[in-house]
Design a protein around this ligand. Structure first.
Ligand code: BG6
Length: 528
């Protein structure tokens, strides 16, 4: 990016939201990433193509990465700089918003080296030599970030070898290790992985990505709660009847059978994204909006989750798998007929759970959480349903039930906040109507928007860990889920039964019973 272009993006009129703060007219140094080199392991894979390179390109196009920055891709695929660049150009074009000048500027910073064998120390010595050369060329002050976009089974090996080659050492510039989920497959393997990482990297150097925390609307949960005075006094068991968190997807498992068969919905969506959202909804306000303090509060919620026991599991957990059906007017095959999935697979693609948080604020308030593939449409949202009226003074004048108030935080793709309440119907008769006060998140904002991956990559370059998962948080999520995972995996007599639902439906009917038995309904399935 030319100096001129750079100034254009950061001129006094620019409004930029970075590091969770929206600021107008600050000098660019405050927002641009620190100088650094980013090494992507698994650079020929899907994540690099779909998310990492397009996000880096947009950050660069918008002047948010330092001018002292480069990317070095590595994987087993035999490519040189040029062929890697053209594969990435194709990916960026497919992603949309391609700008030839911005690409020309960015692509000068992209390099590639083949690593035949990730277990071979010599590959890392070569990598180190290339990295040192590029560090000099781009003036990165020795700062480096290693992004592991490989299968999780390779994490320990790579971290180990990076350490052995001296690349985790921070005596000359910082060194950060970015890892994608899943961090292990259960509590035991997650702890083992941590131990291996800790041999060479300190916790401060490890960035565990949960891209949901990078979504603006997820961050907005804290803004809404703690930058307003009107919600917090009623944000507790006295006024809230229950909370629903739904993360629904219309897509199936795409081409990821290998990964998904190992993971299933609980590891893929609950262990990370959904429990992190729950923590934001339920946490106490920290004294200061600062990374460690926010992470402390999230962790305290996870620590207070009431453990699922063998006795309660049947009444509080429903798991399902999609069969053939129709989504968006198109036929969709069943999970067992997806390419690479065994015909007798018992991997769940849907789960609904009733969860309690044992603390003063939330005692006995159920949190109903659910997620699934092949729902009728993609939508993620949080419903805060308030308690029913304590007394019906309108009983002789208004017919029918007066439903409860609700606050709905719509996370994606339609990003809104809605408050549902009742007003008088105009006219001479006394009757009520339900109305919705509706705020569209993008309304009145014309500034730059960062997507979740842009945000987390940038925060990693800035060393801001608020949106990353700390070791204790990760451990607590696993301990909460491990027993359920074991039982589901065994499919023994005491396991929650695997139920089936047609693609294009909102999960097995039994997940409706889970909430109906408590006298409630899912929103969008007939509820509020
Ligand atoms: C990923 C899961 O973490 O999140 C995928 O592995 C899922 O299975 C994806 O599809 C959903 O993310 P988003 O941002 O599209 O809601």
């Amino acid at each position: 990016m030319t100096d001129e272009k750079h100034r254009e993006y950061h001129g006094p009129a620019a409004t930029i939201t970075v590091g969770n703060v929206e600021t107008t007219g600050q000098p660019c140094e405050e927002f641009c990433s620190e100088p650094c080199g980013m090494v992507i392991f698994g650079a020929s894979g899907d994540l690099a193509k779909r998310k990492l390179i397009p996000s880096l390109y947009r950050l660069s196009k918008n002047g948010l990465v330092s001018k002292n920055f480069f990317v070095l891709g590595t994987s087993r695929a035999k490519m040189d700089d040029e062929s890697f660049r053209s594969a990435m150009e194709k990916a960026v074009r497919e992603d949309g918003g391609f700008d030839a000048a911005a690409w020309a500027e960015f692509s000068k910073r992209i390099f590639y080296t083949t690593a035949d064998d990730l277990a071979d120390g010599a590959s890392y010595d070569r990598l180190k030599a290339i990295l040192e050369g590029k560090n000099m060329e781009f003036g990165t002050l020795g700062n480096r970030m290693f992004y592991l976009a490989t299968p999780p089974s390779a994490y320990a090996e790579i971290a180990d070898k990076l350490g052995m080659a001296g690349m985790s050492d921070e005596s000359n510039g910082w060194s950060r290790l970015v890892i994608e989920k899943p961090f292990g497959r259960d509590l035991k393997s997650a702890l083992e992985l941590n131990e291996t990482l800790y041999k060479n990297f300190k916790e401060e150097q490890i960035y565990r990505i949960d891209h949901y925390l990078g979504k603006d609307t997820v961050q907005n949960i804290l803004m809404l709660r703690f930058a307003n005075t009107i919600f917090e006094p009623i944000w507790n068991r006295r006024y809230i009847d229950h909370v629903q968190i739904t993360v629904a997807e219309s897509i199936g498992i795409e081409k990821r059978a290998g990964y998904y068969e190992e993971a299933g919905i609980l590891r893929d969506m609950f262990q990370n994204h959904i429990l992190q959202i729950l923590a934001l909804v339920a946490m106490e306000p920290p004294a200061v909006y600062e990374s460690e303090l926010v992470r402390d509060e999230r962790v305290k919620v996870l620590r207070a989750l009431r453990p699922l026991s063998m006795d309660t599991m049947r009444g509080s957990l429903v798991v399902g798998q999609y069969t053939a059906g129709e989504v968006d007017g198109k036929p969709a095959v069943g999970y067992r007929d997806e390419e690479g999935v065994p015909k007798d697979s018992v991997t769940p693609t849907f789960a609904a759970m009733k969860v309690f948080i044992d603390n003063w604020r939330w005692q006995d308030v159920p949190f109903y959480i659910r997620s699934g593939k092949r729902f009728p449409k993609k939508h993620s949202e949080i419903l805060i349903q308030f308690k029913p009226l304590p007394h019906r003074m309108f009983k002789d004048t208004v017919y029918g039930e007066i439903g409860p108030n609700a606050l709905i935080l719509m996370i994606q793709p339609d990003e809104r906040v809605q408050l549902k309440f009742h007003t008088k119907n105009p006219g001479s008769r006394v009757n009520l109507r339900d109305v919705i006060m509706d705020f569209s998140y993008k309304q009145g904002y014309a500034g730059l928007l960062l997507d979740a991956y842009e945000r987390v990559i940038l925060d990693c370059m800035l060393g801001d860990k608020m949106l990353f998962v700390r070791e204790d948080g990760m451990r607590l999520c696993w301990s909460f889920l491990t027993e359920a995972l074991e039982l589901i995996g065994e499919q023994g007599p005491s396991s929650p039964e695997l139920l089936f639902y047609g693609a294009g439906s909102p999960g097995p009917i039994e997940s409706d019973f889970l909430i109906q038995l408590d006298g409630r309904l899912w929103r969008n399935n007939g509820g509020i």
